[in-house]
Design a protein around this ligand. Structure first.
Ligand SMILES: C[S@@+](CC[C@H](N)C(=O)[O-])C[C@H]1O[C@@H](n2cnc3c(N)ncnc32)[C@H](O)[C@@H]1O
Length: 320
């Protein structure tokens, strides 16, 4: 087997992966999982002790070993030792605002087509969870400009992202302020804008101005009322393709001998996602050929209305 242990086999630091190969070293974070599946994350410090309800163990017992081993504490507790994955880090890191979970971050990276070298804007930065996925995807040759209007959340995001990448990621620019006021000052136009905030519809005009033709806006919203409002605002703007809304459901499975069945626990709902592409300046998408849903935009509807709706959609629904 080739020698994997030397430092030269580490992931190149200029890749800004937030990952190391090779022996665990001082200053890195590790994740210990006990026999009941409880997790403990901590930074390795030479000479320090980790304490649990099963006694203690020395950090020095972990430093210098290849991850993926079991260690036994002073009172006989067994712990699995690995470096935390990004998907594990973001659900265990300190939070200011609620984070985007890995299942949705993965959808955003794939469906908003975040690519190496991309120029991306996100708001709000919140706790920095999505920021880590975006930075991983754009790499050192892209940019992620994150806007956050609450200083205390920006601080949490700064700490989390810096901890994950082990330093100040060169592609990251965290700006304090409201997106609607600050985005028009951005020095360049961008390929992608990701919105995770209470009122994303308020940002549609500035996002449209910031996006390059063909660029993608991707919005993450928790409720159906937010979903409706943001989709209708994007449609009514006229400079985007037909918005595509969806949600993703992930179900884990129990597989043990003859007992092969869906897991009992499932995250029922996190949020909805919507994407739309920016048209070139002055261009409009073709008028949508829709089967009219009578009354869909009738007198009870109070949001923005797209142009050119068939009259049946504007009338009182028949069964009202
Ligand atoms: C749910 S959190 C974002 C969480 C983040 N995506 C993550 O994964 O950690 C929403 C954040 O948006 C911020 N926010 C809301 N409206 C904003 C705006 N117009 N401009 C900038 N930040 C905004 C809030 O202060 C909050 O921190």
């Amino acid at each position: 087997m080739p020698d994997q242990s030397s430092a030269s086999h580490d992931v190149p630091s200029e890749a800004w992966a937030g990952v190391h190969r090779g022996p665990l070293r001082e200053g890195e974070w590790v994740r210990l999982t006990d026999q009941k599946g409880r997790r403990h994350n901590f930074e390795l410090v030479a000479g320090k002790r980790f304490f649990s309800n099963k006694g203690h163990l020395e950090h020095d017992e972990l430093i210098g070993r290849e991850e993926g081993f079991t260690v036994t504490s002073s009172a006989g507790g067994e712990y699995l030792v690995f470096r935390p994955l990004l998907s594990e880090f973001v659900v265990s890191m300190p939070r200011g605002a609620a984070v985007i979970y890995p299942k949705d971050a993965a959808q955003i990276v794939a469906m908003a087509d975040i690519f190496p070298g991309a120029r991306v804007v996100e708001a709000g930065a919140g706790s920095g969870a999505l920021t880590c996925s975006l930075l991983r995807a754009v790499g050192p040759h892209g940019t992620v400009t994150s806007y956050e209007r609450r200083p205390e959340f920006a601080e949490v995001a700064q700490r989390n992202v810096t901890q994950f990448f082990g330093g100040d990621h060169p592609s990251w620019d965290l700006r304090l302020g409201d997106l609607t006021e600050e985005l028009p000052q951005l020095e360049h136009r961008v390929d992608r804008v990701i919105l995770d905030m209470l009122a994303p519809w308020e940002c549609v005009d500035v996002v449209a101005d910031a996006l390059l033709p063909g660029g993608i806006v991707c919005v993450y919203v928790a409720t159906t009322t937010q979903l409706s409002r943001v989709v209708e605002t994007l449609r009514a703007h006229g400079g985007f393709t037909e918005p595509q809304p969806w949600e993703s459901l992930v179900r884990d499975w129990h597989v043990e001998g003859l007992a092969v069945r869906p897991g009992h626990k499932m995250i029922g709902h996190t949020a909805f996602l919507v994407t739309a592409r920016r048209m070139a300046p002055g261009e409009r998408p073709p008028m949508k050929k829709r089967r009219p849903a009578p009354g869909a935009y009738g007198p009870d509807y109070s949001g923005p209305r797209p142009e050119g709706l068939p009259p049946q959609m504007l009338e009182e629904p028949l069964d009202s």
